[in-house]
Write a protein that binds this ligand. Structure first.
Ligand code: NAP
Ligand code: MG
Length: 480
């Protein structure tokens, strides 16, 4: 595939400049070259979405439901093929890729039905003879900007919600993962979306992003990615009165109390910290462990880490695939040095792994004897690296968990209802997990964080409509 095109106003449009999509498990494997949208192409996509909006907003919910349902069924039917593509371009294992494609299909089918549940409200007035209706309506053409770590499910949960409620979309995926973005766009396009309802602009974020951010023709932008990029984009959108939804970084704590079931604690710590190569916004990177269970927990973690199989994402038996790209690999290595320099004790991993293919393979890494003020425990690394912080009681554990600028997900391993309840209420994060990994969520309930992890309404489930719709209020006084 030499020049895979963008979708603008219903037409596949190839540009002169392309960028390369490679396999992080084997950088000699080139998946294809993709058209890089420039500023003018991005403007054309925004114009197309803006022109298509009134007619799409005016369709019946059944029309929108049927298209989303059809697209969801196609994704489900092609899950093995698309999982392989996903694993090849992003580096999740085949099984994890299958899980993600299946999730994307479920999301499309869920939002198909949501189109029929947009609803509204009626109220009694405080004035006699007056009735009140609250209408819910789509907001307009919206920008969708996504990161590389969930290349099909994450765009699906933004785009499906946008379309279900009657908005049109300009979709800018991350450059590392254009193939899944293209596949999702193609499936939705062929499912019957009218021209301009969904537009795809692959290419550089620094080129496409500001055009989207500054365009007053977009009623809003929903973004997932890093905190600095997200807030920069938000400033542009807000400056012209647009609506903003940001899902950003995390530094998620997993607290292990003295009464935790040790096997459960280790299972969820390994899953949360290392699976999907630690490249999840909800990954557990701070393991906050009660002193009474600390040594047993650390010994168990070291033994378990030694058994993890890191390798080519498409090889049978691989549990953890490669790091997404060279820049991310370098960041992981830098943080190993930083953790050591700060006085952390490296007890597992910390280095590159040699494998038969030329991929970015990095060993799951654990530091002990860390404190929460170390950069290792403050900065989001976005790799398979975790630091253990020893604490002496619940109050200290909760205080450490909350001592972070982020607030996406938080977990606790405990058998005590009292600890679990106090943690659920006291921890400052959008999602809380009891005896479950901090990463791994359902699609029909709100997703999102607090503090520097999120801005604006939550995503997923019915709460998605808080961003993708607006309400208007009508007062009526019938004259007899
Ligand atoms: P990123 O570098 O911020 O990129 C996110 C998206 O923004 C990409 O499509 C990127 O394009 C684009 N972009 C780059 N510069 C831009 C600009 N000036 N204006 C507008 N858009 C621009 O993040 P990433 O490295 O892809 O993803 C990792 C981050 O995402 C981590 O911080 C992680 O925590 C976060 N994340 C959060 C959630 C959540 O729900 N909270 C979920 C997943 C990931 P290009 O890179 O293609 O140029
Ligand atoms: Mg790639």
């Amino acid at each position: 595939m030499d020049n895979v095109a963008n979708l603008i106003g219903g037409d596949w449009v190839a540009s002169g400049e392309t960028f390369k999509n490679v396999n992080p498990s084997d950088i000699t494997d080139v998946i294809g070259h993709y058209s890089s949208a420039d500023a003018a192409t991005t403007e054309a996509a925004i114009d197309a979405a803006s022109r298509a909006f009134p007619a799409w907003a005016g369709t019946t919910p059944q029309v929108r439901a049927d298209i989303l349902e059809k697209a969801g069924l196609e994704l489900a039917a092609r899950k093995d093929e698309l999982a392989e593509l996903l694993a090849r371009e992003e580096g999740k294992t085949r099984a994890q890729g299958t899980g993600e494609v299946t999730r994307a299909a479920q999301i499309l089918k869920f939002f198909a039905q949501e189109a029929l549940r947009m609803g509204g409200e009626t109220h009694a007035s405080i004035r006699p003879g007056v009735s009140i209706e609250v209408f819910r309506e789509p907001i307009g053409a919206v920008g969708v900007v996504t990161p590389w770590n969930f290349p099909i499910s994450l765009p699906a949960w933004k785009i499906a919600a946008a379309l279900a409620y009657g908005n049109t979309v300009v979709f800018k995926p991350a450059q590392l993962v254009p193939a899944c973005a293209w596949a999702l766009t193609d499936v939705l396009h062929r499912a019957g979306l009218p021209p301009g309802v969904l537009n795809l602009v692959m290419g550089r974020g620094s080129t496409v992003g500001p055009v989207m951010g500054r365009s007053a023709k977009l009623a809003g932008v929903t973004f997932t990615g890093s905190t600095a990029t997200g807030f920069g984009l938000a400033e542009q959108v807000i400056s012209h009165g647009g609506k903003v939804q940001l899902e950003l970084g995390g530094k998620n704590p997993l607290v292990v109390m003295e009464d935790a079931d040790l096997k459960t604690a280790i299972d969820i710590a390994v899953d949360g910290a290392f699976f999907l190569t630690g490249q999840r916004c909800t990954a557990s990177s701070r393991l906050i462990v009660h002193e009474k269970i600390h040594d047993a927990f650390v010994d168990g973690m070291i033994a378990r880490i030694a058994q993890l199989r890191v390798g080519h994402a498409l090889e049978d038996g691989t549990q953890i695939g490669p790091v997404a790209d060279e820049a991310q690999l370098k960041k992981n290595l830098d943080y190993v040095d930083i953790g050591r320099d700060e006085g952390g004790e490296l007890v597992a991993g910390g280095s590159l792994l040699d494998r038969p293919t030329a991929g970015h393979f990095f060993a799951p890494t654990l530091f002990t004897e860390t404190t929460n003020d170390m950069r290792l425990n403050r900065d989001e690394v976005f790799g398979p690296i975790a630091g253990v912080v020893r604490v002496s009681d619940f109050d200290e554990a909760l205080a450490v968990a909350n001592d972070t600028e982020y607030g996406l997900s938080a977990g606790i391993a405990t058998q005590s209802l009292a600890y679990a309840d106090a943690f659920k209420r006291g921890v400052r994060s959008g999602m809380v997990m009891v005896n479950l990994a901090t990463a791994g969520v359902d699609y029909h309930v709100p997703f999102g964080g607090m503090k520097a992890s999120s801005y604006g309404p939550k995503e997923q489930g019915q709460h998605a409509r808080d961003f993708f719709t607006q309400v208007r209020t009508a007062y009526t006084r019938p004259i007899r």
